[in-house]
Design a protein around this ligand. Sequence first.
Ligand code: HEC
Ligand code: HEC
Ligand code: HEC
Length: 108
Amino acid sequence: MRFLLLLLLLPATSLAADSTCIPCHTQITPQIVNDFRSGKMGKIGLDCSACHGSDHQSAEDIDKVSIPTEKTCQPCHQQQYDQYMDGKHSLAWMAMEAMPKTGLQPHA
Ligand code: HEC
Ligand code: HEC
Ligand code: HEC
């Protein structure tokens, strides 16, 4: 029920019915689209933009893609977010980010 309420609060752009992402990415990254559709988040009608935003719309503006962090998941998965932040994985992550090289790795 909590998830249903959350879904009602989502901007329309996050819903697959209005997706611009999936038609194009079915050509560009078909496996990612398949993976996404096979999971609950895809089946429930969420769209790629729930995690990647909707500012990127073509091959010319790929730099506008949002790359998710744990903060992206928090609004919909508060409990998992809290568990993660309370646990040592998040501390390990901070330690890793303090290193000169790993700090440059993709955040997710
Ligand atoms: C008209 C085609 C098109 C549309 C529409 C489109 N994309 Fe893309 N997208 C691309 C192309 C081309 C790439 C680059 C693929 C590559 O370099 O292998 C890309 C790359 C990406 C990447 C990877 C970025 C990276 O840094 O590696 C993500 C994430 C992404 N798109 C998400 C989305 C989302 C979310 C939407 C909808 C809001 C969307 N795309 C809409 C064509 C599109
Ligand atoms: C806009 C809301 C939203 C966002 C943002 C979101 N999720 Fe979800 N997620 C959901 C919903 C709704 C479900 C389905 C829950 C259910 O049916 O129990 C789900 C399910 C999942 C599942 C279970 C998938 C399965 O197929 O069983 C995982 C894992 C998950 N989310 C991880 C993440 C991660 C990691 C992030 C951030 C990178 C994230 N989610 C961001 C709404 C969201
Ligand atoms: C639950 C959150 C979530 C959703 C929804 C989601 N992605 Fe992603 N995506 C991620 C994460 C996390 C990464 C890895 C980012 C990194 O490497 O730091 C990623 C990476 C990517 C990449 C880059 C892959 C690579 O090999 O570099 C592409 C392309 C992409 N996603 C496309 C999509 C498309 C298309 C959809 C919808 C069909 C989608 N994503 C939906 C979380 C999500």
